[in-house]
Each structure stands twice: as C-alpha cells, then as structure tokens.
Design a protein around this ligand. Structure first.
Ligand SMILES: [Zn+2]
Length: 229
C-alpha cells in the first residue's frame, strides 16, 4: 500500500497536480491502532515507502518509531531518515482516527489539482460574497451542483461541499475538512472528495488509486466546465 502511495505521487507530479514537494497522504487499516503518513518536505516524485512515518492513532503527534528510537536504539530513526510527518497531520488524523464502521483500509489523499482549484475559484467569484444564508449555501454547494451535471463523476464519486479558504497546515483547516467530510465527526463519510478554495482537493478511498480516481474524476469535469466557459 505504501508503494502504491508513492506511485500515486509520481503520477500526480507527472500530471502537474503537485509541485515537487507538495501533497500528502495517510493510510490505515481499521484493525490497526496506528497509521502511516507521508513525510514533510521531501520530493514526492522521488518518495519511497520507508520514508512514510508510522504514528499511533491514540497519541496524535507521537511517533511509535520515535519511542522505539529512544528505547531500543536508532534503528527506526534511521529507517525514517529523521523525517517529520506532513504539516497536514491534523487533517489526516481527523479523517483516520475513527474507522469503527468500516472494514476497509482508508487512504486520505491531498493534492493540488489545477482545474479543481481554477473551477472552484471561478464558481465562488461568480456567486460573490455571501450576504445571507442562501448565498452561503450556494457557495458551499456550487461544485456539488457542477458534479450533478456529469454522470461520469456522480455515478462513482460523491462530491462534498467546498471548504472556504483556510490557512494551510492549520488545525482550522483540519476542522473545516472534518466538518465537510465526516458525519458529525464520526466514522461515516458524507462524501469521497472535497475542493478547498485556492488550495486543492482531499479524497478518501480504500486504496491509493481509488482515492486518486476520485480527484481525477473531479478534475476532469472541472476541466470540461472551464473549457465550456
Ligand atoms: Zn496543500
């Protein structure tokens, strides 16, 4: 699975959906009390599986590997090359911490797909600043409305509400993504992919390529939409 995550990043880079060091992902099996995240700041097109960092699900921010490094020498530390988890760790933890209703593995993938970002910006600018509740709802749901026009996406991928601009690598972004993707912060997903204004997309799949395909479908209809303007 970690090998496939590395392959997904090579493909995302090839398509121009990330610059070299962008994007991040996590992976967890529901029966495991730990999960893996991609490291911060590495060239994602050259990332290899043992750069991924193992973290305890109940001790967010504490690496089991680092404990081993303290107690049993430097073996794990060497394996992880002293790398740190992605700065978007709070977002991954929010989406990985409770898998109690699923038997599937979960991969959370975050990329910067060009057409998703451009279409999101276009739609939000067209609606304008929300001055009443109806407009706020239209802003949140405009990309869902776009997806409803294209069977190639709505048959396979549930598109969620837009997350309005929030500073990247922040708890506020993690909270906003959690609100958009999880039912009341619980284990149930309301959607497979969301767009974040001026930032990118987050998707969830049972394996890395499924998560990639949710973003791919959304990017494809966004590209068609923009070409039709
Ligand atoms: Zn990002």
């Amino acid at each position: 699975m970690l090998r496939e995550i590395c392959d997904v990043f090579k493909e995302a880079y090839r398509r121009g959906w990330i610059t070299t060091r962008d994007g991040n992902a996590s992976y967890r099996r529901p029966d495991q009390d730990f999960f893996y995240v991609t490291p911060s700041g590495v060239r994602k097109n050259e990332m290899i599986p043992d750069m991924c960092i193992k973290l305890d699900i109940d001790q967010m921010g504490w690496s089991r590997d680092r404990w081993l490094a303290n107690d049993e020498g430097m073996l794990k530390q060497t394996l992880n090359r002293g790398l740190k988890p992605t700065g978007e760790l709070p977002m991954h933890w929010a989406l990985q911490r409770d898998l109690s209703l699923t038997e599937h593995s979960r991969v959370v993938l975050h990329l910067h797909p060009t057409h998703v970002i451009a279409a999101t910006r276009y739609l939000l600018e067209k609606i304008g600043v929300a001055t009443h509740e109806g407009e706020a709802e239209r802003r949140a749901e405009c990309i869902m409305a776009l997806a409803r026009d294209f069977p190639e996406i709505f048959r396979y991928t549930r598109v969620g509400q837009i997350v309005e601009y929030v500073e990247p690598i922040s708890q506020a972004l993690a909270d906003a993504v959690e609100t958009a993707m999880l039912v009341n912060g619980g284990p149930k997903l309301v959607c497979d992919v969301i767009a974040m204004d001026r930032h990118g997309a987050v998707s969830v799949g049972s394996d890395p390529w499924e998560a990639f395909e949710h973003i791919e479908r959304l990017n494809h209809v966004c590209e068609i939409f923009l070409l039709s303007r």
